[in-house]
Ligand binder design. Structure first.
Ligand SMILES: O=c1nc[nH]c2c1ncn2[C@H]1C[C@H](O)[C@@H](COP(=O)(O)OP(=O)(O)OP(=O)(O)O)O1
Ligand SMILES: [Mg+2]
Length: 209
């Protein structure tokens, strides 16, 4: 049985995020718990204007409910040809109950609609970036630490790869000649918006000690 100090609670119901946080925190000896371990907590309405606002909302609501420090992640995809959409609406781009497959189809249809039927033969449809805001909130002190990370890439009309989650099969990284879904967990963590935000948050946490 692990002591409770070895547990980190992440306020998420996204299994892909849980996997990435588990991978990131296991070397530190931390076991990650998620909202799947606390199924009775009410959903937090993600109505902030920014990723950072939503991450803070999730961390604070869950942290206060549990009386324990909580980490939250709000993230999404900003596509230049769509003026930054879907942005904070990434999870519900194709509707409230949309899954990753629905959202990916919606993204491709929006981008292909922009080309008005013209076939350029180019699979790369638009530049885009993933953004991740992390918020670590401690209800005992009311203190919050935040960190943001981004990664630049292109939306490809040719989805590829079975790793990752969300929009990863459509997110092409020219420097690697691969989509995000073709990377291992380890590689994704080195490159991704979430990996960058996590490293920044860890630095901020260390500077506080
Ligand atoms: O690394 C990523 N690779 C691919 N797609 C990603 C990534 N990171 C975020 N995304 C997409 C998935 C979802 O459409 C939205 C996150 O929405 P977001 O509200 O932060 O997460 P969520 O609703 O899935 O889970 P929760 O709020 O419980 O943490 O951006
Ligand atoms: Mg969400």
């Amino acid at each position: 049985m692990k002591a409770s100090t070895d547990i980190l609670i992440v306020a998420t119901k996204n299994k892909g995020k849980v996997r990435e946080f588990q991978h990131a925190f296991a070397p530190l000896g931390l076991t990650v718990q998620s909202m799947f371990d606390y199924p009775d907590l009410p959903d937090v309405v993600e109505d902030g204007a920014t990723f950072a606002e939503n991450a803070f909302k999730k961390a604070k609501a869950v942290g206060e409910s549990l009386g324990l420090p909580v980490l939250a992640d709000d993230s999404g995809l900003c596509v230049d040809a769509l003026n930054g959409r879907p942005g904070v609406y990434s999870a519900r781009y194709a509707g409230e109950d949309a899954d990753d497959g629905d959202n990916n189809l919606k993204l491709l249809s929006e981008l292909e609609g922009l080309k008005q039927g013209e076939d350029t033969g180019q699979p790369l449809l638009s530049t885009a970036r993933f953004v991740c805001a992390l918020s670590l909130y401690d209800p005992a002190t009311g203190k919050e630490l935040t960190a943001e990370g981004t990664v630049e890439g292109w939306i490809t009309s040719e989805p590829s790869g079975a790793g990752g989650f969300g929009y990863d099969p459509l997110f092409f990284l020219p420097g690697y000649d691969k989509t995000m879904a073709e990377l291992t967990l380890e590689q994704k963590q080195q490159i991704s918006h979430r990996g960058q935000a996590l490293r920044l948050l860890t630095e901020k946490l260390a500077a506080e000690q």
